[in-house]
Design a protein around this ligand. Structure first.
Ligand code: ASP
Length: 431
């Protein structure tokens, strides 16, 4: 994949980035004009137009989702089988440990900032009195033992996992195949290696085609989201909103430190090279749909070795959700504060463990973190109906936490590449 010129040079990419940025602002502008905040047109017409505006984006997302599975399988298999035994197992093992550590950091940041700002303390008891439990299926995440969770993560039937989009099982299955191929005679594994290489190239070619339409996609998706939801919901929980955004920014600073001190890269350059991926994650609210673009950027712009990228990005997209974990921890604290519940140290420790475990099982799709949050609240005796307080702002915060989820994965790839002895020369962004 690294030998495939995935762009026509820096100039085209920076022009594309500029168009995408303009599209983002236009989307917000048009959405605000037509949305529920200004009430300049009747909501039925606005929603109809919004649906049409979002159509190119939705078609785009469907196509991306459709290539995610072949891309994950081929990338993970090649990431392992193209390298050597120790390196592949080292990257996988270190990847899991790294993800658990950064997710724990994210939750600690969340507790610290939410404890300091106390966003829920301002919510009057009266406004929590008549909250209705939202219609959410809360998984019983506290009720599963570790051996049970490990058993559940193992692949059993590839076809069913593909049909269910069960990424964790697919990543593990691809890793097992990759390891087996690594141990075989080269001639015997060659046909599958070639097949995987072609599969990966086909997927990335589709990504390249799609990227050309990114401005239309971003414009339509953002306009439709604003038309559907508006901004007024922020008013009632503004302190919660600010707390989450602030904490997410602190996570970005944490990534900058990791990039600078561990990966030995310029964080500014890294963030600049990540601009498209960030806007993409923001507009789609889905780290899974963004994954093909994340993969392409990590190899072609951040110059992380394809082997490490092929393992760390699919694995990270599946199990590493720092933004989601941070959000869930702040939301849990916020709701507890709003209901006047003082969490014990034991409860906080349980929330950390459950959030880390929950983020592994959270799929990278819009609002996927909410049912897991419901499960966490339930397990700690915090009223699940408190989620109704934050549902109005969930989409905007979902967009923001997805950016951090994806940035966390790319940072992980850069750090892991360095730790595995990779040498990089990241592409300069300026023409
Ligand atoms: N939308 C998030 C993602 O795709 C998941 C979530 O936090 O709901 O990464």
């Amino acid at each position: 994949m690294a030998d495939m010129p995935l762009n026509n040079g820096t100039k085209m990419r920076s022009q594309l980035w500029f168009k995408v940025l303009i599209a983002l602002f236009l989307g917000f502008g048009v959405g605000t004009l037509m949305g529920p905040d200004l009430i300049l047109m009747d909501s039925g017409t606005a929603q109809n137009i919004g649906e049409w505006l979002a159509l190119p984006g939705n078609l785009f997302l469907i196509t991306l989702k459709f290539i995610v599975i072949p891309l994950v399988i081929s990338s993970v298999m090649l990431g392992i089988a193209d390298g050597n035994d120790n390196k592949a197992i080292g990257t996988l093992g270190m990847g899991v440990v790294y993800f658990v550590i950064t997710t724990t950091v994210a939750i600690t940041v969340a507790f610290f900032i939410a404890g300091l700002i106390q966003p829920g303390a301002q919510i009057a008891a009266a406004s929590t009195a008549d909250l209705v439990k939202p219609d959410i299926m809360a998984p019983d995440i506290g009720g599963r033992s570790v051996p049970e969770m490990l058993r559940g993560a193992m692949p059993t039937n590839m076809i069913r996992h593909m049909a269910d989009n069960a990424m964790l099982q697919l990543v593990i299955a691809a890793a097992i195949f990759g390891l087996a191929m690594l141990r075989m005679d080269k001639e015997e594994s060659q046909p599958i290696m070639d097949l995987m290489r072609s599969t990966q190239k086909i997927c990335m070619t589709v990504v390249l085609w799609l990227m050309k339409y990114a401005p239309i996609v971003v414009f339509g998706l953002i306009a439709n989201t604003v038309i559907e939801r508006g901004f007024s919901a922020i008013n009632s929980v503004s302190l919660f909103f600010i707390t989450v955004v602030f904490a997410l920014l602190v996570m970005l600073v944490f990534y900058a430190l990791l990039l600078f001190f561990v990966a030995r890269r310029s964080p500014i350059e890294f963030f600049k090279n990540s601009r498209e991926v960030m806007i993409f994650a923001f507009s789609t609210s889905s780290s899974s749909a963004t994954m093909p673009v994340t993969l392409e950027t990590t190899i072609d712009r951040h110059k992380v070795s394809p082997g490490v990228t092929g393992l760390v990005i699919p694995l990270g997209t599946t199990i590493n959700m720092d933004g989601t974990a941070l959000y869930q921890a702040i939301a849990a604290l916020f709701i507890a504060q709003a209901f006047g519940i003082d969490l014990t140290t034991m409860q906080m420790a349980s929330i950390i463990v459950l959030t880390v475990a929950g983020s592994i099982g959270t799929p990278g799709i819009p609002s996927a973190g909410i049912p897991i949050l419901a499960g966490i609240l339930d397990s700690q005796g915090i009223p699940v109906e408190g989620i109704a307080l934050i549902l109005g702002v969930d989409r905007l915060l979902d967009m923001s936490r997805t950016v951090i989820n994806v940035m966390g994965d790319m940072t992980a790839a850069a750090v892991m590449d360095k730790l595995m002895g990779g040498k990089h020369k990241a592409e300069s962004t300026e023409p």
